[in-house]
Design a protein around this ligand. Structure first.
Ligand SMILES: Cc1cc2nc3c(=O)[nH]c(=O)nc-3n(C[C@H](O)[C@H](O)[C@H](O)COP(=O)(O)OP(=O)(O)OC[C@H]3O[C@@H](n4cnc5c(N)ncnc54)[C@H](O)[C@@H]3O)c2cc1C
Length: 414
């Protein structure tokens, strides 16, 4: 393990400072896990440029008229003795152990955790790229148009390079259910089977479900062009009639000045979340070079980092490395069906009528999920907008290969 964390300036007895950068699930899980593992052995501050927790998994319900609950970061952090600084990190001096913020503050740290997420990039022109608030409003207008017959054919297309396509399945499913046959809904994906990451049984179950809803499933198809009236899919130069094409963004790394990055801008980390080649710098979540960008995985990385820092701060524990377990819950708004997919080295997948993890939130963070459940209490036992959300959720779970140890990626810090 790396050296013991000690305060670099001020009284030696003062606890080391951990700066957590970001206001999403990876950042909040880091803070919660730090308090759980290190107690008050570390001083923690969180820097994020907005007041509320960023929780994208619930964005898909907004266009359908459901309002996801909001969590104020400052309220969540105060009882933990953690300050929320409303600001953003502009650059990092990893050697000097300080960051400069957008507001011009210079903050010193003994350990820095970057949980700044990824940058969305438009995969191609002509399609509605679901993500930011404006695109969600545009999607709501599209849905409204389809309800009154102004849109007859909708194609949801997973772009090549997206390894977490679940949100697009949710949008397609909820759209088909809302429109009840008033428009033709198709789903094209580069996968060979629906959500193939979860394995055969889960895919088969989902395929049946899509068919039941009348969704045309187009596997192994790469969207290469979208324009009003049609889309072009490869291979085979297949032209599909579609009034609108809805897709997801590609993700690129955050590119913070002074932080190492690979060719796509992602921060290269080891199995304890330590940024390769830089002392006392850690990164978790979508910002890192782990290929699947998913909230549950982001929280598991955060847990590994918190344990590593806690051990360095003197907590009596042996830090466990990041062991990715993928848990996905597909929102359908029908009767509940629970699926567990292949686990690495295992065979087949199984279905169950009980949740596979608890509390059954979309982002199954070890500390975050119980924390959110407690915050929202009886009103929102599952952090879901209302009971309709959980009805028909299809949770899936799979253990993924552990990331490669050290293959020295092409890294540069600028
Ligand atoms: C529509 C949709 C549905 C999804 N559904 C699921 C799902 O069902 N289950 C699941 O597990 N995952 C899901 N995901 C993926 C999941 O949302 C992400 O993997 C997860 O949000 C990543 O968390 P993060 O904390 O790493 O990054 P983010 O959530 O992107 O948070 C990054 C945070 O860092 C802040 N930040 C950025 N730059 C700076 C800076 N310079 N200084 C300070 N702060 C900064 C941002 O403002 C933000 O608060 C979904 C994603 C989308 C878009």
């Amino acid at each position: 393990m790396p050296d013991r964390l000690r305060r670099l300036d001020g009284p030696e007895s003062a606890p080391p400072r951990v700066l957590v950068v970001g206001g999403g699930v990876a950042a909040l899980e880091t803070v919660l896990a730090l308090r759980a593992n290190a107690g008050m052995r570390v001083e923690v501050e969180l820097i994020a440029p907005h007041r509320e927790l960023r929780y994208p998994p619930l964005d898909v319900v907004e266009p359908f008229g459901l309002a996801p609950p909001r969590l104020a970061l400052a309220d969540a952090l105060a009882p933990l003795g953690v300050r929320h600084r409303l600001d953003a990190v502009a650059d990092v001096d990893a050697l000097g152990h300080w960051v400069r913020t957008a507001e011009g503050a210079v903050l010193r740290y003994e350990a820095l955790v970057l949980a700044v997420g990824a940058r969305p990039v438009r995969p191609l022109a002509g399609a509605l790229v679901f993500g930011d608030p404006r695109s969600r409003e545009e999607f709501a207008r599209l849905l409204a148009g389809a309800e009154v017959g102004r849109v007859e054919r909708l194609l949801f297309a997973v772009p090549a390079g997206v390894r977490w396509p679940l949100p697009l399945y949710e949008l397609a499913v909820m759209t088909a259910r809302r429109l009840q046959g008033r428009a033709r809904v198709s789903l094209a994906t580069t996968e060979r089977a629906p959500l193939e990451l979860f394995g055969g049984r889960a895919s088969g179950r989902l395929l049946e479900y899509l068919e039941r809803l009348g969704i045309a499933f187009l596997p192994a198809a790469r969207l290469v062009r979208a324009r009003p009236g049609e889309a072009l899919l490869e291979p085979g130069s297949r032209v599909v009639r579609a009034d609108r094409v809805v897709t997801l963004p590609l993700l690129r790394g955050p590119a913070i000045v002074g932080v190492p990055r690979d060719a796509d801008g992602f921060v290269p980390v080891d199995a304890h979340g330590a940024v390769r080649g830089v002392a006392d710098l850690y990164a978790a979540g979508d910002a890192t070079d782990y290929p699947i960008k998913q909230g549950g995985l982001a929280t598991q990385q955060a847990d590994a980092i918190a344990e590593a820092i806690a051990a360095r701060a003197g907590a009596p524990l042996t830090p466990a490395p990041f062991r990715p377990v993928l848990r996905g819950m597909l929102v359908t708004s029908e009767q509940p069906q629970y699926l567990e997919a292949d686990v690495a080295g295992g065979s087949g997948s199984r279905t169950a009528d009980v949740p596979l993890w608890w509390p059954p939130l979309k982002v199954a963070g070890r500390h975050l999920a119980p924390f959110l459940t407690e915050r929202f209490g009886a009103r929102l036992p599952t952090m879901e907008p209302d009971e309709r959300w959980l009805e028909g959720a299809i949770p899936c779970e799979i253990t993924l290969p552990v990331p490669e140890p050290t293959s020295a990626p092409a890294v540069r810090a600028s």
